[in-house]
Write a protein that binds this ligand. Sequence first.
Ligand SMILES: *Cc1c(COP(=O)(O)O)cnc(C)c1O
Length: 361
Amino acid sequence: MRHMETSTTLTTEPVADERLAEILASPGFGGYFTDHMFTVKWNPADGWHEPEITPYTPLTLDPATAVFHYAQEIFEGLKAYRHDDGSVWLFRPEANAERMVRSSRRLALPELPPADFVQAVEELVRVDQRWVPDAAGEKSLYIRPFMIATDRFLGVRPAEHVTFLVIASPAGAYFKRGPMPVTLWLTTDYTRAGRGGMGAAKTGGNYASSLVAQQEATGQGCDQVVFLDAQELRYVEELGGMNMYFVYADGRIVTPELGTILEGITRSSIIELAGKMGHQVEERKISIDEWRDGVTSGEITEVFACGTAAVVTPVGSLKWDGGETPEVAEAGAVTMAIRQALVDIQYGRADDTFGWMRRIC
Ligand SMILES: *Cc1c(COP(=O)(O)O)cnc(C)c1O
């Protein structure tokens, strides 16, 4: 595969240094965007063509553009980290590239070669490297690659015009005063994925369908919603955008098996990391009764959720229609050790024994 030759047009109006310093001091999440964006187009005749980096700007799309009507869209999320020596690194970008290929197969979108995906991300981060915050306080640059159907056509068919873009947004620490346990709401009215559905694809539709359940959770005074399998309403799947882990008193760690859940890169990394830390890791079905009974009996000592945005989030309690597990006020020791091991690799404070980090600049 020949590498893309990206044309670059730099902005004549970059965000001023003083303003950038203000933004990076307190970036929050997802509200500020870097000076540039990456775009490449696809159609059946030309394949992927016209890769370019341009000033960050709104898209102009016809109201009849397919993605607005039939949601033929997929996305990714990964971060660039600044190490203490000033260098900038990506965490497992090839894994995101390969997952986007799997998502594109499910959504009948064209496959972007993983090497081109990684190149696009690298080129954008290099151009906008001043937007990567200092490591202090676990800040990072959140990178959002995505692919949309751009056909101007209301008929229903796989797109013949597609655009892949990469944008980036500085991100602050998810938890300001260290990881705080979240409360989860168990929804039995809604599910996020059925057999043969899109649960394993990273696509906006899965998030659209999770919002009303998240509203239900908020209404119940909970932070996040947890979904069960659609068939039996019995097995734990995941949260709206995070995978789940259970720590047992004997040191075993259990995470729901793949199938209808999203295969998180944080989830996969923890399987390897926890194994190296001496835990026996099991990927299998875990029923809601095993969770409730285990937490109550003390057989399950810690529960946590994981994903790129929040890394590892301790679970304080689970609430459902008619009950609640005992509340845990502090993050557990195993949860925190796993979290620290992962963050230390990402920020270059521990040896990258798995070869996960990729230096960009
Ligand atoms: C992105 C995502 C995750 C977490 O995946 P990471 O690669 O670890 O960030 C988990 N669940 C869903 C539904 C997701 O979209």
